[in-house]
Design a protein around this ligand. Structure first.
Ligand SMILES: Nc1ncnc2c1ncn2[C@@H]1O[C@H](COP(=O)(O)OP(=O)(O)OP(=O)(O)O)[C@@H](O)[C@H]1O
Ligand SMILES: N[C@@H](Cc1ccc(O)cc1)C(=O)O
Length: 492
């Protein structure tokens, strides 16, 4: 069954089971009742460069993907304007089974560099995940069992790989006609691999004096927690040292010169820059830089992520392409231009045209449809966007009858919503089975006129023992109960 307003997926995040997708209440962008449209300003839609060879930093800024850049920015610009390949990294801690849409914001920055030929590194925090980043948190994290963390490391590593593979394919598909630039190299790393060999005494002797306690205490993540009753543990206090050393290590060993992260990572990123700058012998590699992205927040201003329990996870075993399509399809009108810039590779004139068409008739959801299709293609592979659109059209009653039963079965299987029933079943028994209700309840639904069959939405008021005339290609039945429920059933 596809309960249009309910939430079904759960994930184990730090040993808590939290709901993943509630189409009705997941965030500000999914509440149809409070939808409104504010016309985007000219600035909002100008943005993204058409030529793609323009300064990448400006393009990222125009897309709303830059919050802070470490100084001196003019040096960073010179570096980016040169012909040399640049190597950048972004880290993720394995605090859940899956990446979520908030994590994708800094990863989109990496993807922009990657498709333009720069090298990128991702760090999964096999070591840092044991300690717990206090950034942006009001309270200490729950302890995570080793085996859960290791399993999270494995699944997030796969998701990262998939993100860059699908992202590159999506970019090439979208831009193949206009340019043919080879991508950079993608290197996945796990910081446990260098931390496991570091001895505490050696670390303190070699690096201790380069890490200044005043600066550590001044960082927001620490100072804000010191003002709370419980303060924070030494583990959380030292977290910034671990991330600082990661940057130093990658700078020294792999020539990584830019770290990217969400704005809550500013303190940790600058801790790394400070450490590298204090260690003289490697300065010949050029200055290290940091770029942060704005945090994607809900309408109430909460960071969209695991800690707030409102994350939309992108692991296909948790959310299907159709789930993610549906999430973006429910974007608030006012967020459409913003999300098109952040989460797609559409250029400024394409976005401008989409928005202009959209505002003529917002209720048609033209902007949301394109946004949902693009993002789904990027995350789940080219083609999954149109497949999800086709399925959404069926479920929301816009099906024109052109899809074969075989294609319908395939789409519904991928979306994990296909139901099965015996061909001999009568309608009342089928309703009881699908909505888990009594015979009298099923009869009531029929007599109230809330049951519809077939894509032509034929209303039925009484039991039907032979459902064959309503089947598509003598195989698939579409059954609706009221406005909220739609079932697609393969009759066997
Ligand atoms: N809502 C968001 N908007 C932009 N960036 C985000 C968002 N959520 C996370 N990030 C960024 O993604 C990267 C990885 O974050 P992390 O793995 O800690 O996820 P998280 O959701 O922030 O986790 P937690 O809530 O447990 O702190 C960091 O750079 C972080 O700043
Ligand atoms: N501290 C980052 C994850 C991270 C881990 C290691 C790094 O080297 C960089 C970033 C976060 O919690 O979001």
């Amino acid at each position: 069954m596809l309960e249009l307003r309910s939430c079904s997926n759960l994930v184990n995040s730090s040993r808590r089971l939290v709901p993943l997708v509630t189409y009705s209440g997941l965030s500000a962008i999914t509440l149809p009742k409070s939808r409104f449209y504010s016309q985007p300003s000219a600035l909002e839609v100008q943005g993204t460069s058409d030529s793609r060879s323009d300064n990448i930093l400006d393009e990222l800024k125009q897309r709303g993907l830059v919050s802070q850049v470490s100084q001196p920015e003019s040096f960073l610009r010179t570096k980016l304007n040169g012909n040399d390949k640049i190597k950048l990294y972004c880290g993720v801690d394995p605090t859940a089974q899956s990446l979520h849409l908030g994590n994708l914001v800094p990863l989109m920055v990496l993807l922009h560099f990657y498709v333009k030929g720069h090298d990128i590194v991702t760090v999964i925090g096999g070591a840092t995940g044991k300690v717990g980043d206090p950034s942006g948190r009001k309270t200490e994290r729950d302890v995570m069992e080793n085996d859960i963390r290791q399993s999270n490391v494995a699944s997030i590593s796969q998701q990262l790989q998939r993100f860059f593979k699908n992202g590159l394919e999506y970019y090439r598909n979208r831009c193949a006609l206009t340019e043919d630039v080879p991508s950079g190299k993608y290197t996945p790393r796990n910081n446990f691999n260098w931390w496991k060999d570091i001895k505490m005494l050696d670390f303190l002797a070699d690096f201790g004096r380069h890490i200044r306690v005043q600066s550590m205490l001044a960082r927001d993540s620490i100072s804000s927690r010191l003002q709370t009753k419980n303060g924070l543990g030494f583990n959380e206090f030292t977290y910034q040292v671990l991330q600082a050393y990661d940057f130093y290590h990658l700078y020294k060993e792999e020539n990584v010169t830019i770290q990217v992260g969400g704005n809550d990572q500013w303190g940790n990123i600058t801790a790394g820059i400070d450490l590298i700058n204090r260690i003289q012998p490697i300065k010949n590699k050029g200055l290290p830089f940091g770029i942060t992205v704005p945090l994607l927040t809900t309408a109430t201003g909460e960071k969209f992520g695991k800690s707030a329990g409102n994350a939309v996870f992108i692991d296909p075993s948790i959310n299907t392409a159709y789930d993610v399509y549906q999430f973006f399809y429910n974007t608030l009108d006012a967020d459409v231009p913003k999300f098109l810039k952040i989460f797609t590779f559409l250029n400024s004139s394409e976005i401008k045209k989409i928005v202009e068409t959209h505002i003529k008739s917002p209720s048609l959801r033209y902007g949301q449809t394109l946004l949902a299709k693009e993002v789904t293609d990027m995350l789940y592979g080219v083609g999954s966007g149109s497949d999800s659109e086709a399925l959404s059209n069926i479920i929301f009653g816009r099906y024109d009858g052109t899809l074969s039963a075989a294609k319908l079965v395939d789409l519904c299987k991928k979306a994990r919503i296909l139901q099965y029933a015996d061909r001999e079943i009568d309608l009342i028994k089928l309703i009881c089975k699908l909505v888990n209700c009594s015979v009298s309840e099923a009869r009531r639904k029929l007599s109230q006129g809330s049951v519809y069959l077939h894509h032509s939405k034929s209303k039925v008021n009484e039991n039907i023992s032979n459902l064959a005339p309503f089947l598509i290609d003598d195989r698939v039945l579409i059954l609706r109960i009221g406005k909220q429920k739609c079932f697609i059933i393969e009759m066997r």
